[in-house]
Design a binder for this molecule. Structure first.
Ligand code: SF4
Length: 348
């Protein structure tokens, strides 16, 4: 059966049916609609004021690639300037290839790129060293818990180095719904109470953060990357299979099969659950001494590679509890085997 005409331009044949609305569009009209929706999210939420220097957290994956591409296209409308900031966690066999993708994007789009490494920021610690240190300690599955805290701090540092006034990350609607589910499953009332929103206004001296793709489904992010022929990295981090997020993702897929609006319903429910600022519990992950966001007090008991003794806490910081970093942003834990690709999404 031939594809129907595009419901927008009526000139071309439709190339896809939008997963949520069912609207049949050609590739060009879909991409234009996607960009317009991101623009609306930014303007309606007053996320990025004119003149903002915006640090894009660039991982080389599809979400941050799409985010950087869309914001670059919207730069004249928004009156902002962009900087790519990538974090090198020190994960052998994974991050090097992902960073290579970020470097190709920066060169192709002529955007300045800054790379900040855990090893430089955190006294020689890399994620591989953290994994070796926690292996056999009963916390060998908590790499993403540590990494989420360190990544947040590293991105903040990188953004400050380039003089950014705002940070944007590529979290999409599926990521946000997974996070809401995880918070419920963990009983993390503090994070639920702070609600979803489109980001954080920069509490405690941190730079304001926002998620312009928060209402875009993962399927549409993949479709946008496909139609814009974006070059991105899609391998899975070696530590991702043990991440708790995978269970939330599986549950969300089943919920979505029964109720297609489940993803956005969860995103919106997080906003409705938010408490007034005065009633909110303290933000976890902030350093108990210096108050900086994502301070690595989640590293207690880690052994310096080659040493038997626990590594001391950073100067001026107490040793924390083993679960101190729980609740950190788990970062890029997505399993490509479960993530839809443009081939897996029905197109005409
Ligand atoms: Fe860090 Fe993401 Fe790897 Fe977890 S999956 S260790 S958060 S890079």
């Amino acid at each position: 059966m031939p594809a129907p005409p595009c419901a927008s331009c009526h000139a071309s044949r439709a190339a896809l049916r939008r997963p949520r609305s069912g609207q049949a569009l050609c590739g060009a009209c879909f991409c234009a609609a996607f960009e317009a929706e991101v623009l609306h999210t930014v303007l309606a939420g007053r996320l990025l004021p004119p003149g903002a220097v915006v640090a894009v957290g660039a991982s080389g994956g599809k979400d941050s690639t799409v985010l950087a591409h869309v914001l670059r296209a919207l730069t004249p409308r928004l009156g902002i300037s962009l900087q790519l900031v990538a974090v090198d966690e020190g994960i052998g066999g994974y991050r090097d290839a992902a960073l290579a993708a970020v470097r190709r994007q920066a060169a192709r789009w002529e955007l300045p790129l800054t790379v900040v490494a855990y090893e430089d920021l955190f006294g020689g610690w890399t994620m591989d060293a953290v994994a070796r240190s926690t292996a056999g300690s009963g916390r060998s599955r908590s790499c993403c818990t540590f990494c989420g805290v360190l990544r947040r701090r590293a991105l903040e540092e990188g953004a400050r180095r380039v003089g950014a006034t705002h940070i944007v990350t590529g979290h999409n609607a599926d990521d946000m719904a997974e996070t809401v589910l995880m918070n419920f499953l963990r009983g993390d009332a503090g994070r639920l109470a702070r609600g979803g929103g489109l980001g954080s206004p920069g509490e405690g001296g941190a730079l304001p953060r926002c998620r312009p793709l928060q209402f875009a489904s993962q399927k549409e992010v993949v479709l946008y990357a496909h139609f814009r022929r974006l070059d991105y990295f899609s391998e899975e981090c070696v530590y991702a299979p043990e991440a708790f997020r995978g269970h939330a993702r599986d549950l969300l897929k089943r919920l979505e099969a029964a109720r297609p609006s489940a993803v956005l319903d969860l995103v919106h429910s997080a906003e409705r659950l938010a408490l007034a600022p005065a009633a909110r519990p303290p933000r976890p992950g902030a350093c108990s001494r210096c108050g900086r966001p994502g301070q690595p007090r989640a590293l207690p008991g880690l052994r310096t590679p080659g040493r038997a003794e626990p590594r001391p806490a950073p100067p001026g910081h107490r040793q924390g509890s083993p679960g101190a970093g729980r609740g950190g942003d788990a970062g890029d834990t997505r399993d490509p085997a479960r993530v839809p690709t443009s081939k897996a999404i029905p197109t005409f």
